[in-house]
Write a protein that binds this ligand. Structure first.
Ligand SMILES: [Zn+2]
Length: 335
């Protein structure tokens, strides 16, 4: 833990939280919204850490030093427990299966019924709060209406409209925007040992999510992207056996499919965008390949293929036969 100012590309949320800490006015219920991987949960845990850190020397920064911000020491018992996920007063609730269920909220009731011990501030972090079913949401609302002493709730969700309006109105809402590309680039170069070129490509394809950027940099993602795009470009020229083999390859690893669909969608998106705004393509290193691909196709066909990918994604989100769905997709992409 190194303080709220170290959140990547989230100066505004960091500033709001720092001010709340400095003024000793942390709202009892906070709602952090934004896409996955932009730092919502990190900020929540950081806040719990600062409020519970035993080393108070950083808690109230010198007003003469505007660059300082409250920070947890990272070494005391409390900080170590929070880092290890074992602090008795920091509760993290996340979906069990597809939802956050009523029994999870009920067992939270029980664990927060007693006052926290004097040294602690209790934090309840509800990650992906939009996945609370209605019953769980209503149960939580009751707690938010009469929050127990020294207890702070932090909910995270993609957007306010995904939650019950009555819950949103009880919370101080802080929006986490997508992380600017240059901040992602710098993080990847500094922390993931990526070369400048690769950091730039991944930062532009991660669409503002640090988690996505780190995932992409931790494996040989660029080679996979190149492979998939090469296959897409060869499909219309190749035999049925080639298509079959490609569909089989895709079907072999269902866990990777989401990432591969993402690569496909970004590729067709880039082909469509390149006509008018070549500077806006995501695959910034592939200008030549995009240009030559565009000589073989036309705008309606590109849109049709992008739609086919989205359709396949939807079909596979249900319990469809994976091989069949991919055969259909690959045939559509070969046209
Ligand atoms: Zn500490």
């Amino acid at each position: 833990m190194t303080g709220l100012k170290s959140l990547i590309g989230q100066q505004r949320p960091a500033r709001i939280l720092c001010n709340a800490l400095i003024n000793g006015r942390i709202p009892h219920a906070l709602l952090f919204t934004g896409e996955d991987g932009v730092g919502k949960r990190t900020a929540a845990i950081e806040l719990a850490g600062i409020c519970n850190c035993a080393d108070t020397s950083n808690a109230e920064p010198d007003p003469g030093e505007p660059e300082q911000s409250p920070a947890a020491c990272g070494k005391c018992r409390s900080c170590r427990k929070i880092q290890g996920g074992t602090h008795p007063e920091v509760h993290i609730i996340k979906p069990s299966g597809a939802n956050i269920r009523i029994d999870q909220v009920r067992s939270l009731y029980q664990s927060i019924a007693l006052k926290p011990d004097e040294a602690s501030k209790r934090f309840v972090i509800i990650a992906d709060a939009h996945l609370m079913n209605r019953e769980a949401g209503n149960a939580l609302l009751k707690v938010l209406e009469e929050p127990p002493e020294a207890t702070f709730f932090i909910l995270t969700a993609p957007d306010t409209q995904d939650l019950l309006p009555t819950i949103v109105s009880r919370c101080r809402h802080i929006r986490f925007n997508p992380i600017p590309q240059k901040d992602l680039e710098k993080y990847l170069a500094d922390h993931c040992a990526l070369e400048t070129d690769h950091a730039m490509i991944i930062a532009s394809l991660a669409r503002g999510s640090l988690a996505r950027a780190i995932d992409m940099s931790s494996e040989d993602w660029i080679s996979r992207r190149n492979f998939v795009i090469d296959r897409l470009e060869q499909l219309p020229l190749q035999s049925g056996a080639f298509r079959h083999a490609f569909a089989e390859l895709l079907a072999a690893d269902r866990d990777k499919l989401e990432g591969i669909f993402e690569i496909m969608k970004n590729w067709y998106r880039d082909l469509a965008v390149f006509f008018h705004s070549p500077e806006k393509v995501y695959n910034r290193d592939l200008h030549e390949q995009i240009r030559s691909a565009l000589q073989q196709t036309c705008f309606p066909r590109i849109l049709g293929k992008a739609d086919a990918v989205t359709r396949a994604e939807k079909v596979l989100a249900g319990n469809a036969n994976i091989r069949l769905a991919l055969d259909v997709l690959v045939d559509e992409l070969a046209e």
